[in-house]
Design a protein around this ligand. Structure first.
Ligand SMILES: NC(=O)c1ccc[n+]([C@@H]2O[C@H](COP(=O)([O-])OP(=O)(O)OC[C@H]3O[C@@H](n4cnc5c(N)ncnc54)[C@H](OP(=O)(O)O)[C@@H]3O)[C@@H](O)[C@H]2O)c1
Length: 330
């Protein structure tokens, strides 16, 4: 394992801080955060992905405690957080809020919880139809000029939405974080099933990957481990979402793909996690997987992903894709 292998991975902090209840952060949650950060650093990972809402702020709070207890750590890592989602509560539905005032308030709260003076990358978590590009850009620019935020990125946005926002900025967007994995493949299939009936049902905004490549926007993949469905998580008892039909016969595509992942892991003497992530990283868009496991052994299992990406042949890559699809490519 070299630092280079780990450096394309990002540690997703959504699993830190305990449960999503309104109770306080427990000492055991801080200890678990220490163990997860240790495993991430050991795997060569130095980028950490947060959001203000993760475990209702407790993920950032737990991470802040880790930073406070390890002087020197902050200087060697990059912190990313997100704002813009308001959780349901107090009789209110969940909603989005990327108004200028909300961005500032959420950033100030994240800085306080993390115990740091700057956020390296701030992402707008989801599009908010009531927020204008001008107010988002204005809020970011002021925070940047005060030294509180270094770069702005987005999450779950299309190329068109990025273009609309960047027109109000005096610098490019740094990141778009989208759900992309061997299981969630619309980002890939939308570009392949062009002029094909299957492609008509795909809602992924075409051209978003190409836009990011052309503009130098880093692509980050959330859900990159496919929540463990190909790397050892027990199958759902109802057959789960990974079922499709070929010639009328039900096929458990999760099981097929999990078998192929295990086969390749054995051949390449690596973990199944490294195969799942390596498949994503083999794509030329230079996707950076955000890994959401907080289990130290599973974090360690991700470390070889860069090597696997470099070793996967085209045949192997396609065999994984077709196994997960459950049917041949047209
Ligand atoms: N931008 C967005 O809208 C957005 C949305 C969701 C998430 N994110 C970010 O992306 C990160 C990753 O996303 P994610 O957590 O949804 O997806 P993920 O990395 O694909 O999956 C991680 C989840 O799967 C479980 N898991 C993995 N392997 C397993 C196995 N072999 N057996 C049992 N459970 C297993 C993990 O549990 P253990 O911890 O027990 O291993 C964890 O709950 C998050 O941490 C967050 O930073 C962003």
């Amino acid at each position: 394992m070299t630092n280079d292998d780990g450096s394309r991975l990002i540690f997703g902090c959504m699993g830190l801080g305990g449960d999503w209840g309104t109770g306080p952060l427990e000492a055991a949650d801080v200890a678990a955060a220490h163990a997860a950060v240790d495993a991430a650093l050991e795997a060569g990972i130095t980028d950490f992905d947060h959001a203000d809402i993760y475990t209702r702020g407790k993920a950032e709070e737990a991470f802040g405690r880790v930073l406070a207890e390890r002087p020197g750590l902050r200087a060697g890592i990059r912190l990313q957080t997100k704002c813009g989602i308001v959780l349901a509560g107090d009789g209110r539905e969940a909603r989005y809020d990327s108004s200028g005032g909300s961005i500032r308030a959420r950033v100030e709260e994240s800085l306080r919880r993390l115990g740091t003076d700057r956020i390296d990358t701030l992402l707008i978590h989801r599009p908010d139809p009531l927020a204008t590009a001008a107010e988002i850009a204005g809020a970011f620019t002021r925070l940047r000029d005060e030294g509180k935020v270094r770069r702005l990125g987005v999450s779950n946005m299309s190329a068109q939405q990025m273009r609309h926002l960047v027109a109000e900025l005096d610098e490019p967007l740094a990141v778009n974080q989208l759900e992309m994995s061997l299981h969630r493949r619309d980002w890939l299939e939308s570009g392949v099933l062009v002029n094909h009936p299957e492609g008509a049902a795909i809602s992924f905004p075409r051209g978003t990957l190409e836009h990011c490549a052309r503009e130098g926007v880093e692509l980050q993949a959330w859900g990159s481990l496919a929540q463990g469905r190909y790397s050892g998580r027990p199958a759902a008892s109802d057959g789960g979402a990974g079922r499709t039909e070929t010639d009328g016969a039900p096929v458990d595509t999760d099981a097929e793909a999990a078998r192929r992942v295990a086969e390749l892991a054995e051949e390449k003497r690596c973990s199944r996690e490294a195969v799942v992530l390596g498949w994503l990283m083999r794509h030329p868009a230079r996707i950076r997987p955000v890994v959401g496991t907080s289990n130290p052994a599973r974090i360690a299992a991700c470390a070889d992903a860069g090597r696997v990406a470099a070793e996967l042949t085209g045949d192997e890559w396609y065999s994984l894709w077709v196994a997960a699809r459950g049917r041949p490519l047209p």
